[in-house]
Design a binder for this molecule. Structure first.
Ligand SMILES: [Fe+2]
Ligand SMILES: [Fe+2]
Length: 329
């Protein structure tokens, strides 16, 4: 009856009824909650995925924050500050969701800073012009939404619930990027060219955000069986292309793919080959900004040490005080 083959295989000593209970919850499309029994491999897969997702949110603040001081108007500045702040919030929800699986935030941050856990390779590209803020909103946040909407139905409750709120905010991010690009595209000749150049640079890396092709994706089949993942990488990538083509047309911008054509039979857009060598190079640390992003993150963490110390001292003081009050009662 189960759709989660070998779900309990990682906990060889787990009683059969626990495994059956887990399988039944997954098969019924219900949620696994933190106190429920779960296979070790399910827990470690989620920790890896949620930590990577949280890291992507906070590293993703960097490329755009780079433009806050140079935003062309107060309105644009306010929108961009709100967006970058939202990404910090997404990081918080996600670190919180990962903590429910028994992993500490210090441990996750330590792994990020030492390169033992990853973040999305898209954030290793530079933001060269103001139009990049628009292209990131439209394409990068757009790809994130396509990836994350199905995660709202993920089998792990805290992750699924965090995603509901994240997706609402991502849709504001996507729209502000689209509106920014639309303004530039319909502005002066130079502004149009700047918007086109940004789309030229961000299009292919955005398609890579869906991960390697299905036949090379190491974790996909098991994640789908556990209903962490609902659609394959290639399926989501195709969905994203199909959404973007008419939007690019409405923006008056061209997608940089000469092989893009409507396929009557499939009723989907065919698109050109992705340069997976570039993807693997960036993943290996050889992207244009890998070094810069991690260095900046480590520095921010070190410089924030006094805030964490002060918050911990404050919490300890109040805990001691409420303990004394409880004794007095
Ligand atoms: Fe986000
Ligand atoms: Fe976002």
């Amino acid at each position: 009856m189960t759709t989660a083959p070998a779900a309990g295989a990682a906990n060889e000593t787990a009683p059969a009824e626990l495994v059956a209970g887990f399988d039944a919850v997954v098969a019924a499309d219900s949620r696994i909650e933190p106190r429920d029994w779960m296979p070790d491999a399910y827990r470690s897969t989620l920790i890896r995925q949620i930590a990577q997702h949280a890291h992507s949110e906070i590293i993703g603040m960097q490329p755009e924050a780079n433009w806050i001081t140079r935003a062309p108007s107060l309105r644009r500045k306010a929108i961009l500050i709100a967006k970058v702040q939202d990404e910090a919030g997404h990081g918080l929800y996600l670190y919180g969701a990962a903590e429910t699986l028994g992993v500490g935030r210090d441990d996750m941050l330590d792994k990020l800073h030492s390169g033992r856990q990853r973040y999305s390779s898209i954030f290793n590209y530079p933001t060269l012009t103001w139009a990049d803020v628009g292209a990131i909103g439209w394409l990068v946040d757009g790809a994130a939404i396509t990836n994350q909407v199905p995660l709202c139905r993920c089998s792990y409750g805290p992750y699924a619930r965090a995603m509901v709120r994240v997706c609402k905010e991502e849709s504001f991010h996507q729209r502000q990027g689209y509106e920014l690009l639309h303004t530039l595209s319909h502005g002066t000749k130079e502004q149009h060219a700047m918007a086109q150049d940004a789309v030229d640079r961000w299009w292919w890396p955005s398609l890579m955000m869906f991960g390697p092709p299905d036949d090379e994706s190491a974790h996909s089949a098991q994640s789908m069986a556990w209903r962490i993942k609902r659609h394959s990488n290639d399926e989501l990538r195709q969905r994203f292309v199909d959404i973007c083509v008419p939007q690019a047309e409405a923006l008056g911008l061209r997608l940089p793919d000469p092989d893009l054509r409507w396929n009557e039979e499939r009723e989907r857009w065919d698109f050109g080959a992705i340069d997976w060598e570039e993807f693997h190079q960036v993943l290996r640390g050889n992207g244009p900004c890998n070094e810069q992003r991690l260095t900046q993150r480590r520095t921010a963490h070190e410089e924030g040490a006094w805030v964490r110390d002060a918050a911990a001292a404050y919490a300890a003081k109040h805990q001691a005080k409420s303990g004394q009050e409880a004794m007095a009662v």
